[in-house]
Design a protein around this ligand. Structure first.
Ligand SMILES: C[S@@+](CC[C@H](N)C(=O)[O-])C[C@H]1O[C@@H](n2cnc3c(N)ncnc32)[C@H](O)[C@@H]1O
Length: 243
């Protein structure tokens, strides 16, 4: 019998191939991540392991994925069993503040905006920081604090609506408009100042918000004009910082 987590897990896998995720998100993220050959990587909020697998396939050493959802981790383990890459998957709440080992690199694609309070975000940042070796890097994606688009239809050409007033601490509901990929998730809108304060209070420094980029294949497939509105106000932002 399929439960709700299985459904979400399958949809998360399907969205990984959506044009926006491939051509903007994955491209910008890996540009920021750089060479990870032989590096140990902890992928927090790994979901079904989309990025854990991509990271391993790009030559990382030990890769561990962690997520608070048992359903997501069960699906990630199922995929690992089907096509083994040597990735370990663990169920844990990233807001606990407990270190998950000591890694060269920590990634967290779509984690921090699930904090419904500043205290919870501080707990997440503490976990990320404590899981890094001194000088190690965090590379992360969150809802873009600088894109306060309050017109839900703005992102329809890219496959979803974003419903939020764009004020500090507000709910932000992301709703797919693709019939073949129906889903809706609720996150929270936080300002750049709040993200940076939480990161700094956990001991992170050198926070850099990365310029959004579209992969050459994405430009070739859809044309530069298609991406113009998105690049004017990307819904997601990649940032890096150092432990
Ligand atoms: C949108 S999914 C992203 C999954 C994956 N990182 C990706 O990019 O495909 C967000 C994930 O964050 C996880 N998550 C949310 N809050 C969490 C927390 N406090 N601790 C660990 N995982 C969390 C959810 O269970 C979900 O799998």
């Amino acid at each position: 019998m399929i439960n709700q987590y299985d459904v979400l897990a399958k949809i998360t896998e399907a969205t990984a191939e959506a044009p926006l995720r491939k051509h903007f998100e994955e491209f910008t993220f890996f540009q920021a991540l750089g060479d990870i050959t032989g590096r140990s990587v902890l992928d927090v909020a790994c979901g079904t392991g989309v990025y854990s697998r991509r990271i391993k396939q790009r030559g990382a050493g030990r890769v561990v994925g962690v997520d608070s959802s048992e359903g997501m981790i069960a699906y990630a383990r199922h995929l690992e069993h089907q096509a083994p890459l040597g990735i370990e998957y663990v169920v844990q709440d990233a807001a606990s503040g407990r270190a998950l080992g000591v890694f060269d690199v920590v990634t967290a694609t779509y984690l921090l905006h699930y904090a419904s309070s500043i205290q919870q975000m501080q707990g997440m940042c503490a976990t990320l920081r404590r899981s890094l070796a001194p000088g190690g890097r965090l590379v992360s994606i969150c809802l873009n604090p600088d894109a306060r688009v309050t017109e839900p239809a703005y992102y329809r050409p890219y496959g979803f609506e974003l419903r939020s007033r764009g004020q500090e601490g507000d709910e932000a509901k992301l709703v797919s408009v693709l019939p073949e990929m129906p889903f809706s998730v609720t996150a929270w809108y936080w300002s750049r100042r709040t993200y940076e304060a939480a990161l700094q209070s956990a001991g992170f420094r050198d926070i850099v918000w990365c310029a959004p980029e579209i992969a050459p294949e994405g430009l070739a497939a859809f044309g530069a004009e298609h991406w113009q509105d998105y690049l004017r106000a990307p819904h997601a932002a990649v940032f890096t910082c150092t432990a």
